[in-house]
Write a protein that binds this ligand. Structure first.
Ligand code: GSH
Length: 231
């Protein structure tokens, strides 16, 4: 099979999950930047590939995948030789899949609703407390997931953790994950930040922060681990 080609903009959380997994598994990929803030996702060539006009999009041989969760599963199936990130055992695999779908349909959707509204309306016109309620509910759910296990789907690192941490770190810019309210989530988040591959997430997150603050005319309250980067 030819080398995978990832269409990306690393300001996007689902893209950052794919980049983290690529780093963890040391996969040799080609990268093609799609500048979301300049509308490059609407160019005809990209639309022909992905009518959903979204990144990440992966082309691998004759396979075209247009969702980060499908991409994570695909790459883990092919390159996770140890079989721990996408477990082979059916029960465990379904647990991971369930968490991936939580990220897709619940956490990311709420994060994306919030960020898109900031871009569309400017920060001062957004009902922040509404989004805070929605996103803190997601924090509470993850706190419960971690009640009996150290990771989002079991005690070992899986692609569910990689998927969730990029969106969580994005939400955390606005609504910090405090140990007082979500102690297990905070410990898990700190452990994820220790992974070597987390640096990939941090780089894209810093870029997102800068562009969002510029476009939305505001400052995120959480200072995080920010560095000035070119956007
Ligand atoms: N469920 C998808 C979501 C992908 C998505 O919404 N990507 C956003 C960036 S975070 C995007 O490309 N937006 C551009 C657009 O919709 O035009 C996934 O996990 O890959």
């Amino acid at each position: 099979m030819s080398k995978p080609l990832l269409y990306y903009d690393d300001r996007s959380p689902p893209v950052r999950s794919c980049l983290m997994l690529i780093k963890i598994l040391n996969i040799d990929v080609d990268l093609h930047f799609i500048d979301l803030f300049k509308g490059a996702q609407f160019e005809a060539e990209f639309l022909a590939l992905n009518p959903q006009h979204s990144v990440p999009t992966l082309v691998h041989g004759d396979i075209v995948l247009t969702d980060s969760h499908a991409i994570l599963i695909h790459l883990a199936e092919l390159y996770d030789e140890a079989g721990t990130l996408w477990p082979k055992d059916h029960r465990r695999r379904m647990e991971v899949l369930n968490r991936l779908l939580f990220e897709c349909s619940f956490l990311f959707r709420r994060d994306s609703d919030f960020m898109s509204e900031i871009v569309r309306k400017g920060f001062t016109n957004v009902d922040v407390s509404y989004h805070e309620r929605k996103l803190c509910e997601a924090y509470g759910i993850m706190e419960q997931y971690l009640a009996k296990q150290q990771h989002m789907a079991g005690d070992q690192l899986t692609i569910a953790d990689v998927s969730i941490v990029t969106t969580l770190s994005t939400v955390n810019l606005m609504f910090p994950v405090t140990g007082a309210r979500w102690p297990r989530l905070q410990i898990w988040f700190a452990a994820m930040q220790q992974l070597e591959a987390y640096e990939v997430n941090q780089t894209g997150l810093n870029k997102l922060r800068q562009v969002m603050e510029h476009v939305g005319k505001f400052k995120f309250p959480n200072p995080g681990n920010d560095k000035e980067v070119d956007i």
